[in-house]
Design a protein around this ligand. Sequence first.
Ligand code: SF4
Length: 307
Amino acid sequence: MRIGIPKGLLYYKFYPFIITFFKELGAEVIVSPDTNKEILDLGTKYSIDEACLPIKIFHGHVAYLKDKCDIILLPRIMQLRKNEYICPKFCGLPEMVINTIPNMPKIISKPIYAFSKRSLKPWIIEAGLLVTKNYFKIIKAYSQAILVQKNYHCGVNDLNYPLNIALAGHPYNIYDEFSNMNLINKLNKLGVGVITEEFVDNTLIDNEVSNLFKRPFWTFARNSYGFSTYLAKNNKIHGIIYLSSFACGTDSVTIELIKDKLKDFPILILKIDEHTGEAGFDTRIEAFVDMLQRRCDLNEANLSSSR
Ligand code: SF4
């Protein structure tokens, strides 16, 4: 049994769990390669025009895998935290894929509620039974996958640079180096350190979002808002870069919430889609870093003149 795992969307956060689970069941796991031009072109070809870049890229990974495996995982992720949701595009992901990509193999599309070990179990059983009828083997594979996932730490925390920024946005935009044109590397070369949401404690994020007039409905919004406003208010960063997908509904709300909270704190919004040109992208980053540097110099000059 060959299981195809598309290297898109939340693969970057949960691949240790997924790969371990299916390997422990005895399946052969085939992961698509890192996103590249061929995968992007396939995604653009098969996906609907209105979809955001990460969804198009996901379609590309599926199209790459479809003739190389017996089953493809199409993760219909509904919840990662209780009483919060992901994004409507995740809920309808399998339907989008099977109605646009022809000759698809069998798929795994059962909704995933991953806010507790218990809530995830129905998905585990259904996916596991496609590979083995041995219930105990499935439960053992589940326990092993949880263990491996717990020991995996996703995220970036490198604030040892003259300037430091919070890099906000969805994990698939931040960790897919092809779609973000290797943004973290570009920033490091300009002397800018980066921290991502995984390195701010959940309690601190919850404290931040508790000040909003309404609890965020979307987990992505909660994370991006909570971690970036916490770091800015506590003077741990010089600026925020929000890496956003063009046409993303949750981003449009989250960005306004952050701006409203932090007023004149430096924020750069980088919107990406399949047409984003690298030269323009670089110019905007360089201009932002210049501005941060001048702001720092000015603050230092003001401090020394007041001494
Ligand atoms: S949250 Fe935004 S970027 Fe992510 S899948 Fe939904 S619309 Fe696309």
